[in-house]
Design a protein around this ligand. Structure first.
Ligand code: NAD
Length: 474
């Protein structure tokens, strides 16, 4: 039985479908999903618009209770959902489980906001006058999500949007819709009224066309590649739609001369290779103080060798497959290009069959300006770069068009502070991997890595809500 779209409170049998296969065992069908186009997107947007007047009037604490019940549903079905995620997108099971818990915690976190002040009161210079501001919902919001965090990303967009009283159309990636499907089921089981959340599964372009036409849409939150995000921005340019783009990264990890090298190597290898490097915040360039370059390089190779590549359902696996054949060919092309640009492979550099696996790969002697050190690869490939002082290390870190996440391994406060201040990134870590950030903190990139208000924490409330100012003479 194919999975349907959820439109206007009904799971609708799809007219056209496609099958998603297991990236670890490409002959194995995982699920059959709708191949929706513009008509389904338009129907979902209309349904969301019709549901808005009632949902915005629902008391915030009632909306919060629904999020709390949905969180409970996710915890109760943790193992099934984590397994589905792991099989569909090749995420190691320990990370898939953590991602489902994170989605549930995000629902709990935003539910708790309903008990916080919903606005504020200001003094007025006018007699007997109250000046107030109240947070109000926007209306219909469209959420577009990638495949690599199939449940956490839809959750961190959905929870603040729903809590504030918006109605939603969610379009996940065709490569990994199962997380969005499980969230829709959780919210349905939690008593979310029909059409408050609509789920449409299908390719991006027709969905983007629908958004460009549909006057109902007030805001669009997109996470994905720079290219697709900028295409969408151009398509929406003629309308006053609030837009948030969370895009790619080329995240640097700097290792300073005083660092604990074994620990730094572990953090670098985990950041670069867990989930086969398919995280927007994965480490993709390692910049190392020249004095400890060789010693660190040995430690990194040792830490890399320890990472188990294999079936993502195996508890010991740290590196699963690439998402599909095209992604693996892309990785292979980048490694070849790196060699042509003077790089030398220290470890890895080969596909592993069957499935779309690729060995964790480290290259050195690559100029920081070479394309392999400039563009997002989205695979288990990292380049090593020596730096003789902090100014040079920060200059290399900043010399790409991206600015999502960055990290430094050091025990020196002055070095850490100089890095925190000098690096161009939305998220900067000290003695942490580049990947991973808690959901109560603002999340997003600078330069080509992001556009518009940040996600997560209270920044998300600023994106999904408007301030209404009330001037009352009493
Ligand atoms: P992608 O750009 O191919 O697709 C992302 C989503 O956009 C999908 O749902 C796709 O169908 C949709 N889409 C594509 N074109 C569209 C259009 N014209 N109109 C509307 N929707 C459209 O990205 P992907 O391969 O799914 O994900 C990997 C990318 O996402 C990487 O670049 C990664 O860095 C980035 N990413 C960023 C973050 C972040 O928070 N910054 C998080 C995760 C992933």
């Amino acid at each position: 039985m194919p999975i349907g779209n959820l439109i206007a409170g009904r799971w609708q049998p799809p007219e056209r479908t496609y099958v998603r296969k297991n990236p670890s065992r490409p002959e194995e069908v995982v699920a059959e999903y709708p191949l929706s186009g513009k008509p389904e997107a338009m129907a979902a947007l209309r349904a969301a618009a019709a549901a808005f007047p009632r949902w915005r009037q629902t008391p915030p604490i009632e909306r919060a209770r629904i999020l709390q019940r949905a969180a409970r549903f996710l915890y109760e079905h943790l193992e099934t959902i984590a397994r589905d995620l792991s099989v569909e997108v090749g995420k190691p099971i320990f990370e898939a489980r953590a991602e489902v818990c994170r989605a549930a915690e995000i629902f709990e976190y935003y539910a708790a906001w309903a008990w916080q002040p919903q606005g504020f009161l200001l003094a007025s210079a006018r007699p007997a006058t109250e000046l107030r501001a109240r947070r109000v919902p926007l209306g219909v919001v469209a959420l577009i999500t990638p495949w690599n965090f199939p449940i956490a990303i839809p959750a961190w967009k959905l929870a603040p949007a729903l809590l504030l009283g918006n109605t939603v159309v969610l379009k996940p990636s065709t490569l990994g819709p199962c997380g969005a499907f499980h969230l829709a089921r959780a919210l349905e089981a939690a008593g979310l009224p029909p059409a408050v959340l609509n789920l449409v599964i299908g390719p991006g372009a027709p969905f983007g066309e629908a958004l460009a036409e549909a006057e109902e849409v007030r805001a669009v939150s997109f996470t994905g590649s720079v290219e697709a995000g900028l295409r969408l921005k151009a398509m929406l340019a003629h309308r006053p739609v609030r837009l948030q783009l969370e895009l790619g990264g080329k995240n640097p990890f700097v290792v300073w001369e005083d660092a604990d090298l074994a620990e730094a190597a572990r953090l670098a290898a985990e950041g670069a290779f867990f989930y086969a490097g398919q995280k927007c915040t994965a480490t993709s360039r390692i910049i190392v103080h020249i004095k400890i370059y060789e010693e660190f390089r040995d430690a990194l190779l040792e830490a890399t060798r320890r990472l188990k590549v294999g079936d993502p359902l195996d508890e010991a696996t740290r590196v699963g497959p690439l998402i599909d054949a095209a992604a693996r060919e892309n990785v292979q092309r980048w490694v070849k290009r790196g060699l042509e640009d003077g790089g030398r492979i220290l470890i890895g550099g080969q596909p592993v069959d069957p499935g779309y696996f690729y060995q964790p790969t480290v290259l050195e002697v690559v100029p920081p300006s070479a394309p392999i050190a400039q563009e997002e690869i989205f695979g288990p490939v990292v380049t090593l770069h020596p730096a003789s002082d902090l100014r040079e290390a920060i200059a290399i870190a900043n010399a790409t068009r991206y600015g999502l996440s960055a990290s430094i391994a050091t025990r020196r406060l002055d070095v850490a502070e100089a890095f925190l201040n000098g690096v161009e990134a939305g998220i900067v870590h000290v003695n942490q991997p580049t990947a991973g950030i808690e959901y109560q903190a603002p999340f997003g990139g600078v330069k080509d890595s992001g556009y518009g208000p940040k996600e997560q924490g209270w920044s998300a409330l600023d994106f999904y809500g408007d301030w209404k100012t009330l001037v009352v003479r009493v």
